[in-house]
Design a protein around this ligand. Structure first.
Ligand SMILES: O=C(O)CCC(=O)C(=O)O
Ligand SMILES: [Mn+2]
Length: 209
C-alpha cells in the first residue's frame, strides 16, 4: 500500500508524517552536491556469524561534541556540523519548534545496489520513543515499513522524493520496522543521500575518553 490517509490510518502504533516538498528542487540539488563533498563518508564493515561484510552504502555521523553513537557494530565519534547540515537543522526547527536535534546520520546510496535492511531506530542512546527527521536528496527510493508482530497488516511503501521530509515519532520504532530495498536492472537508480536527524540522550564527556 502506498502512503496516503488510508495507509496512515491502518498503521497502529505509528506516528509518521510525510512532507514531499520540504526543500525546493534547486536547494535539494545544491545541498546534495555540498554534502557529497563535505560529509565524512566511509564504508563500514559488519560481522555476521563470524564473517565480515561490507555494508552496502556509505555512512557519515556528524553532530555536537560528545554525541557518540553505536551503529553497524561500532562506536562512532561525531564529525563536526558542516554549514549545509546546520542550515537544514535550523530549517527543521523553523518548520516545527520541537524538531531540535544534536546529531545526524548520513546514508549515501551510491546506486540501486546500495540498500538498508529491515530494522528500527531503537538504539538505547536515542531513548524509548525517539523523534527522527529524515531528509531525502537525489534519486527517489522506496521506504518500506512493516509491523513487527501483526503479520495481517499490509506493509506500507512510501516513495521518498528528493527534497522530502519524513518524521517518525511516538511509538513508531517500538512497533514498526523499516528498510530501503535494492533497485536492480530496469529499476536501477542514481545516487541518493539521506539524512536522519536524531537526538542522542547519553552524552559522553570527551575529557574522560
Ligand atoms: O535512507 C533512508 O531513508 C532510511 C535511513 C534509515 O533508516 C536509518 O538511517 O536508520
Ligand atoms: Mn532507520
Amino acid at each position: 500500500m502506498s502512503l496516503g490517509m488510508e495507509a496512515l490510518a491502518s498503521m497502529p502504533g505509528a506516528s509518521i508524517r510525510y512532507i514531499p516538498d520540504f526543500l525546493d528542487d534547486r536547494d535539494q540539488q545544491r545541498i546534495h552536491q555540498q554534502l557529497r563533498q563535505q560529509m565524512q563518508w566511509s564504508q563500514q564493515h559488519i560481522t555476521v556469524f563470524g564473517k565480515r561484510h561490507l555494508i552496502p552504502r556509505l555512512e557519515a555521523w556528524h553532530g555536537d561534541r560528545g554525541a557518540f553513537y553505536r551503529y553497524s557494530g561500532t562506536d562512532h565519534s561525531p564529525h563536526p556540523w558542516t554549514a549545509a547540515l546546520d542550515q537544514i537543522r535550523n530549517r527543521l526547527k523553523s518548520f516545527r519548534e520541537d524538531l531540535q536535534f544534536n546529531s545526524v546520520l548520513g546514508n549515501c546510496y551510491r546506486n540501486g545496489e546500495d540498500a538498508m535492511g529491515w530494522h528500527s531506530d531503537d538504539e538505547p542512546e536515542l531513548g524509548p520513543d525517539p523523534c527522527i527527521a529524515s531528509i531525502s536528496l537525489g534519486a527517489p527510493r522506496d521506504f518500506r515499513m512493516k509491523h513487527r508482530t501483526r503479520k495481517e497488516l499490509d506493509p506500507v511503501k512510501i516513495s521518498l522524493q528528493p527534497g522530502s521530509l519524513l518524521i517518525m515519532e511516538g511509538e513508531t520504532q517500538q512497533h514498526w520496522l523499516h528498510s530501503i530495498p535494492r533497485r536492480r536492472g530496469r529499476n536501477a537508480v542514481a545516487e541518493r543521500i539521506n539524512l536522519t536527524f536524531r537526538n542522542i540522550l547519553t552524552f559522553r564527556n570527551i575529557e574522560e575518553i
